[in-house]
Structures are given as structure tokens and as C-alpha cells.
Design a binder for this molecule. Structure first.
Ligand code: GLN
Length: 382
């Protein structure tokens, strides 16, 4: 008998948990869950070490340490010429996940609708349900995953309150274009809706494709909650340090929820993140990160191209998405059992799995030797 409330039951167990468990059982190379198998940069570890030794072991302010909020604001100004007030517009959260949760719970009324683009990051639909609202899906199709203006326009109505975006987009591997964002902003304005923009892969774009922050588009600026974290940028998914940047009224709604969730994330890790954000631009860290990821992507892609999968382009994120001729769940089950490689059956990222049938997601946030081992298993005989 399950005690879980009924509207959350259909979501079941996270596919990331399920596939990681299966990978461990089968001793498979885990290219399923998007977590690096290498550590964060030495400068971040040093800063964490210093922070632990120097003190700061009690709660920070619930909205986050001033040092980290100021570092996030300075980083936005430097990279995107965007001026935000760390007092009223920046909130530190326990990873991007908490920011997404707080935005949904703080902004959705029961009966509202929230738009989720397919293929989605798996957290978005359940948080909408948890808020008592309804998800309206806008489906985007393999291989280019363009946002169809007609499908998008038709999804908006007087009950639309939020739109969840992810750019660079996991698992689609693409970056949303200015024209798509301009239409989203225009529709959000017309229906008085807000955009929750998860930009955790903001530094992971390739081949001269630039990440376009959603709040950088004029029509979106006053309606967007921009979310990022240390997880992907600093290879520290276990730190659970993230942040949300939004105009004061949106920030106030999010903070009102946040104080009753985690109160605040780990103080020393906030201090270390602030130091890293301040130093990373001058140390060449971001260029190095991108170059290393481009190499990892090349190694995995080279192997995947020799399989039966048809690959989508990848402009950003650390995922490659392919399509197999048959059922992706069967494909991934067979891959893990007979080849010892775990991937994600990505039809799970569509409300109706039939719309994403055959899609398989591979993470390349792994050491080169891990990727080569997985590649050899994928392309080897037997
Ligand atoms: N963001 C990562 C992914 O998409 C991991 C998410 C998780 O494990 N909760 O794989």
C-alpha cells in the first residue's frame, strides 16, 4: 500500500535513480545519470578547505550569504552586462532543484497551468503537480527539437502561470534561439505568465554556439526566474549549491517558500562558491572547462556514430541524444545487460512515451578513460 498522495504516484521512481541502481548492480559504465566521475577544480576544493577551517559553521541567512549573492551579481554583470541587486534579486538555494521547487510552489495557484517543453528535465512535471497545478506539454521533436510557434501559442491560455525552460537544454542538447525566446516573452506578457529558466548548463556550449540567457531578451527580462548552480559549472553535483535571480516580486515569492524548505544550504560551501565565482574568470577556468568537454564529447560521439543510433546535433549540455530504430527502454535494458553500458531511455522525458520513442541519452561528463571503455563496449563485437 502506498501512502504517497495520489497525484504524485504516476511519477514513480526517478529514472536517474533507477538507472544508476541498475548500472551498479550490473557493474556497467554509468553514462546514464549526469554526474561527473571526476572531482571539482582544485581552486574550489582549496576554497572549501579554507572555509571549513576558518569557521562559518552555523546557518547563513536563509536568502544566502551576502558574499555569494554579491559574487553571483558581479558574475552576471561581467558576462551579460546585467545589473541585479544582490539584496532583493539573488537567492542562494540547495542546488538548482530547490530553486525550481520554490518557484513552482511559490508562484502556482491550484488550478493554474504550467507549460513544460518536451523532452523535459524530469523534475518539472512533479513540482507542478505538487503545487496543485496542471502541466500542459509542448512537444518538440527529434532531431532538431525546434520550438514550434503554433504548438507553443496554442498551449497558452488564461490559466497559464508558468513556463519551464532549460537552456542549454537537457536532454535535447540545444540552445534556445533569440526568436524562440522573443515569442515566449511575448506570449508570457500577453497571458501574464512567468518563465522559470533553468540555465545550469550555461557554460557548456560548443562550436562557437553562445548561451543566450532568457532574461537577456527584453520581453522576458521582468518575467524570468533564472536558475543556475555549481553542479555542472564546477563539477560538484553533490554540493547542492545553486541560485535564483529574479526581479524583487518574483524573488520574494520564491524566498517565502525557501525559508521553510532547507532554510539555507551549507555555509562553508557557499563561501567557497563565492571565492570560485570571483576567481574563475581571470584563471581561464571556463575556457578550459569547455575545451575539456569538447574533447569528451568528441570521444563519445566518435563511438556512438559507429552504432546503430542516429545522433541529434549537440550545441550544449553534457548529453548526446540518439535514436534507435525500436523501443528505447528495451534498447537500454539490453545495453546494460549485454554491453555493460548504462544510458537513459529518453522517452521517459515525454508525458506520452510514444512521442519520444527510441530516444536514448548518454552523459559525457566522464573521464576520457571511462568514455573510451564505454565506447569500446558499445562498438565491440559480441
Ligand atoms: N541533472 C542530471 C541528469 O539529468 C542528474 C539529475 C539527478 O540525478 N537528479 O542526469
Amino acid at each position: 500500500m502506498t501512502l504517497l498522495r495520489s497525484d504524485l504516484r504516476p511519477y514513480g521512481t526517478s529514472i536517474f535513480t533507477a538507472m544508476s541502481q541498475l548500472a551498479a548492480q550490473q557493474q556497467a559504465v554509468n553514462l546514464a545519470q549526469g554526474a561527473p566521475d571526476f572531482g571539482p577544480p582544485a581552486a574550489l576544493l582549496q576554497a572549501a578547505d579554507d572555509a571549513i577551517r576558518r569557521g562559518g559553521h552555523q546557518y547563513s541567512l536563509s536568502i544566502g550569504l551576502p558574499a555569494l549573492r554579491e559574487a553571483v551579481a558581479a558574475d552576471l554583470l561581467r558576462r551579460h552586462h546585467r545589473q541585479v541587486d544582490p539584496e532583493t534579486e539573488v537567492t542562494v538555494t540547495a542546488g538548482a532543484s530547490e530553486a525550481i521547487w520554490c518557484a513552482a510552489i511559490g508562484l502556482l495557484e491550484p488550478g493554474d497551468e504550467a507549460i513544460v517543453l518536451e523532452p523535459f528535465y524530469e523534475q518539472y512535471p512533479p513540482v507542478v503537480s505538487a503545487a496543485g497545478a496542471t502541466v500542459r506539454y509542448v512537444s518538440c521533436d527529434f532531431p532538431d527539437f525546434r520550438l514550434d510557434p503554433q504548438r507553443l501559442t496554442e498551449a497558452f491560455n488564461s490559466r497559464t502561470r508558468l513556463v519551464f525552460l532549460n537552456t542549454p537544454w537537457n536532454p535535447a542538447g540545444r540552445v534556445l534561439h533569440e526568436s524562440e525566446l522573443a515569442l515566449l516573452g511575448e506570449l508570457a506578457e500577453r497571458y501574464d505568465a512567468y518563465l522559470v529558466s533553468d540555465e545550469t548548463y550555461e557554460h557548456l556550449t560548443f562550436d562557437a554556439v553562445a548561451h543566450l540567457p532568457v532574461a537577456g531578451v527584453a520581453a522576458c527580462r521582468e518575467r524570468t526566474v533564472t536558475i543556475s548552480s555549481v553542479s555542472k559549472t564546477f563539477s560538484a553535483t553533490g554540493w547542492r549549491v545553486g541560485w535564483a535571480v529574479a526581479p524583487p516580486a518574483l524573488t520574494a515569492a520564491l524566498r517565502a517558500v525557501k525559508q521553510f524548505v532547507t532554510f539555507a544550504p551549507a555555509t562553508p560551501l557557499q563561501l567557497a562558491t563565492a571565492a570560485m565565482l570571483r576567481d574563475a574568470p581571470t584563471s581561464g577556468y571556463y575556457d578550459l572547462l569547455r575545451a575539456q568537454y569538447a574533447q569528451r564529447r568528441a570521444v563519445l560521439r566518435d563511438h556512438l556514430e559507429r552504432t546503430t543510433l542516429t545522433l541529434a546535433e549537440n550545441e550544449g549540455t553534457y548529453f548526446l541524444l540518439g535514436r534507435c530504430p525500436d523501443d528505447d527502454v528495451a534498447y537500454c535494458t539490453d545495453l546494460i545487460r549485454s554491453r555493460g553500458v548504462a544510458a537513459i531511455p529518453a522517452s521517459r522525458f515525454y508525458a506520452d512515451p510514444g512521442r519520444g520513442r527510441g530516444l536514448v541519452r548518454f552523459a559525457f561528463c566522464k573521464r576520457l578513460d571511462t568514455l573510451r571503455l564505454a565506447g569500446d563496449r558499445l562498438t565491440g563485437g559480441g
